[in-house]
Design a protein around this ligand. Structure first.
Ligand code: NAI
Ligand code: MG
Length: 484
């Protein structure tokens, strides 16, 4: 009954609009497969309109003082909090993520806006004493139009929080949300439309191709920032390089290790191991510690505790605040997770819990999978090496420090790592040797505004969430002034 579906238009040049293609994408609720609404399926012409609007708005936006831009970003943060309920209703239904987690996402996005709003005067250049006959200094200037492509798992967090740095730097932006959870971007577009000058923020919904691809290839978008899978990140680097020179940063996937040394409190570490899997996003969070590596002297005891906690997780309606896990985001992702569970069984890993669809009337439709643990996983298995992006934890046993670090560093990824021990030297040596961009010691999952986040290896290039993210949206210009 597509005719009765609510429309969630996109934002181009200050107006909520459909696509010139006339095409729409239908959004599905992964908890029950019902149709929630439709968003425009943008084509290259829509992307071009958005880039032109952003380009036209950019000089006046950059002319505002950093305090004026900061104040406008703070207003957007305020509006996010005021309209949080409306955003959450749509976002929980569209993503399947649990409401408690998404509440935290909205707040984190608002705090990100406020953080960058206060950093305007940190966009400093330098003076260089290169000669005495001249004055040499640098100016940091915006690129112009930034293209921002985001994944399905944290839609509002990435749309709102990750536009703060580019806008604060004086750029305008075109955002491309993911096709399986684009609805909240329409509400967010309405927020931006009411607060910011027209054209400063544009949101183009649509598929990776043509919409995302057209944005990446657009000749007048020099700065691209992407969050998503490695395969798409590589495709974007290639496309961006084909006809012009662009600055591209990538925040990609992870297969992150959590290393447990023998001296830890077993209950604490077991709880953390379950927390680190981000089951409230069904494991669909890039920083999830999906490889649990436990020293053999405590392996069975930790595994038993982790398994008990995992079995006790309440899987159910993501709108219910009591639910600790919801459905997988989309049919495609659901198939992928099921495929990897099959691989784990085939390759001889031991299925400790989960692996199937939860039973009961509530789970007859929708993309439900039980929280799943494989034990006795070997380093060469696919569930040891490849990102599943689902609620599947792989548990490994280790004996020597050198071996566990080799195992930790044995994938193509390098996003996060978590190290558990009460011995300072052991912890810091492991932190230094692990090839990951973001390391936790005796903690998991947490992001801290101001602390740079990003990956080694195929997990990406560039850092976000700190001052360096702001500076990454600026060109550097050197000025040489003759003094005599
Ligand atoms: P995806 O790579 O399939 O899609 C991400 C976005 O790229 C979507 O908006 C999609 O429409 C767009 N896209 C697809 N093909 C494109 C193309 N050829 N040109 C331009 N745009 C294109 O990723 P998905 O499935 O949405 O998200 C899951 C992935 O994201 C996981 O691998 C996860 O680890 C990663 N991720 C990384 C994070 C980080 O900060 N490092 C955070 C969250 C997710
Ligand atoms: Mg959806």
């Amino acid at each position: 009954m597509a005719a009765n579906l609510q429309d969630f238009p996109m934002l181009i040049d200050g107006e909520m609009t459909a696509s010139r293609t006339g095409e729409w994408m239908i959004s599905v609720n992964p908890a029950n497969e019902s149709e929630l609404g439709r968003t425009p399926a943008a084509g290259a012409e829509d992307v071009n309109r958005a880039v032109e609007a952003a380009e036209a708005a950019q000089p006046a936006w950059a002319e505002l003082t950093v305090f004026e831009r900061g104040n406008l970003l703070r207003k957007v943060a305020g509006a996010l909090r005021e309209r949080a309920k409306e955003l959450l209703d749509v976002e929980v239904a569209d993503t399947g993520n649990t409401i408690g987690s998404l509440k935290a996402d909205v707040e984190f996005a608002a705090q990100g806006l406020e953080f960058y709003a206060g950093l305007g005067t940190e966009m400093k250049g330098e003076t260089i004493p290169a000669s005495s006959a001249n004055l040499h200094f640098t100016l940091l200037e915006p690129y112009g139009v930034v293209g921002r492509i985001i994944p399905f798992n944290h839609p509002i967090l990435f749309a709102a929080g990750r536009m703060a740095a580019p806008l604060m730097a004086g750029n305008t932006i075109v955002i491309k949300p993911a096709e399986t959870s684009p609805l909240s971007a329409s509400i967010f577009g309405d927020i931006c439309r009411r607060i910011l000058p027209r054209g400063v923020v544009n949101i183009v919904t649509g598929f990776g191709n043509p919409a995302g691809d057209a944005l990446v290839r657009h000749p007048r978008v020099k700065r691209i920032a992407f969050t998503g899978s490695v395969a798409t990140g590589i495709a974007i680097q290639r496309a961006a390089a084909e006809k012009s020179v662009k600055s591209v940063t990538l925040e990609l996937g992870g297969k992150n290790p959590l290393i447990v040394f023998p001296d830890v409190d077993l209950d604490t570490v077991a709880k953390a191991a379950v927390g680190g899997m981000n089951f409230s996003w069904q494991g669909q969070s890039c920083g999830s510690t999906s490889r649990l590596m436990v020293h053999e002297s405590i392996y069975s005891r930790v595994l038993e505790r982790v398994s008990d906690i995992t079995k006790s997780l309440k899987v159910g309606d993501p709108k219910d605040p009591a639910s600790q896990m919801g459905p997988i985001n989309s049919a495609r992702q659901y198939e992928k997770v099921k495929y990897y569970i099959g691989q784990g069984k085939e390759e001889g890993a031991r299925l400790v819990t989960g692996g199937g669809r939860p039973s009961g009337k509530d789970f007859e439709r929708g993309y439900w999978i039980e929280p799943t643990i494989f034990a006795d996983v070997q380093g060469d298995m696919r569930i040891a090496r490849e990102e599943i992006f689902g609620p599947v934890l792989s548990v490994f046993r280790w004996d020597k420090v050198d071996d566990v670090l080799k195992l930790a560093n044995s994938t193509d990824y390098g996003l996060t790592a978590s190290i558990w021990t009460n011995d300072l030297k052991t912890a810091l040596n492991a932190a230094r040797r692990v090839r990951s961009g973001f390391v936790w010691i005796n903690q998991v999952s947490a992001h801290y505004i101001g602390v740079p986040f990003g990956g080694y290896s195929n997990s990406g290039t560039g850092r976000e969430e700190g001052l360096s993210e702001l500076l990454s949206y600026l060109e550097h210009k050197s000025v040489n002034v003759a003094l005599r």
